[in-house]
Design a binder for this molecule. Structure first.
Ligand code: DX5
Ligand code: ZN
Length: 210
C-alpha cells in the first residue's frame, strides 16, 4: 500500500518541518486548485519547486483545475513526478493523458463523486493511475463518501480485462476505518490529509494507516 499524505493540511508557515514526520511516506500528495474548477485556490508551481528542494519523495500532483494542459509543463518543470487531471475538466481525456505523458511524467485521471467509473472505459489503457474522489474536491477535512468503495471495486474488475496495470488511488476523508474499507476493495494508494497532519503525532497516524 502506498500512502500519500496530502500537504493541503500541512503547516505552510513551515512546510519543511511539517512534512518531516511523514518522510517515510512513498509519495506526497499535492492539491492544486484554481478557484474555477473548484471553489478554492491552493498550490502553484513555485510551491512545488520549493518542495522539490526539500524532499526526494514522489510528488503526486492532483490538478483540480479547468485547463490542465495549460499548466502541466510548469508543474513538471517545478518537480512534479505524477500529474493527475480531472476527467470532468477536459473534452478529450485520451489526448490530455497522452500530452501529459509526453512531458516524461506518470499520468492519472480523476473522477468526482458524482461521475460514473464507466466514463473512463476508453481512457483506462492510457493512464498510470486512477484517482477516485471520495469527497467533493475543494477542501480537506470532509467526510468519506462510501460510494467510492464500489468505484474502487469496479476499477479492480476492469483492470483484469484491460491490458494496463494502473494504480487505484482514493482521496478524501481517509482515516483508519475508511482506509480499511478501501483496502478491502483493492485500492493501491491512500491519500490522507487532515487525518495525518491535524494530529499532534503525524508519524503515528501514518503508522495507523499502514
Ligand atoms: C480535496 C483534496 C484532498 C484533500 C484530502 O479536494 O483533493 O487531497 O487534501 O483531505 P482529507 O484527507 O482531509 O479529506
Ligand atoms: Zn487531492
Amino acid at each position: 500500500m502506498i500512502i500519500a499524505p496530502s500537504i493541503l493540511s500541512a503547516d505552510f508557515g513551515n512546510l519543511e518541518k511539517s512534512i518531516e514526520p511523514v518522510k517515510d511516506a512513498e509519495w506526497l500528495h499535492v492539491d492544486v486548485m484554481d478557484g474555477h474548477f473548484v471553489p478554492n485556490i491552493t498550490i502553484g508551481p513555485v510551491v512545488v519547486k520549493g518542495l522539490r528542494g526539500i524532499t526526494e519523495q514522489v510528488l503526486d500532483t492532483h490538478l483540480m483545475i479547468t485547463d490542465p494542459l495549460k499548466y502541466t509543463k510548469a508543474y513538471v518543470d517545478a518537480g512534479s513526478d505524477r500529474i493527475t487531471f480531472h476527467f470532468e475538466a477536459v473534452s478529450d481525456a485520451i489526448k490530455t493523458a497522452e500530452e501529459i505523458k509526453k512531458l516524461g511524467v506518470k499520468v492519472g485521471v480523476s473522477i468526482k463523486p458524482k461521475t460514473d467509473v464507466k466514463v473512463l472505459l476508453k481512457v483506462l489503457e492510457y493512464v498510470d493511475q486512477v484517482l477516485v474522489m471520495s469527497v467533493e474536491p475543494g477542501f480537506g477535512g470532509q467526510d468519506f463518501m462510501p460510494e467510492a468503495v464500489e468505484k474502487i471495486k469496479e476499477l479492480v474488475t476492469l483492470r483484469k480485462v484491460i491490458d494496463n496495470n494502473y494504480l487505484i488511488e482514493v482521496d478524501g476523508g481517509i482515516n483508519k476505518e475508511t482506509a480499511a474499507l478501501c483496502k478491502e476493495a483493492g485500492v493501491d494508494v491512500l491519500v490522507a490529509g487532515s487525518y495525518i497532519f491535524k494530529d499532534k503525532n503525524p508519524a503515528a497516524r501514518m503508522n495507523d494507516l499502514r
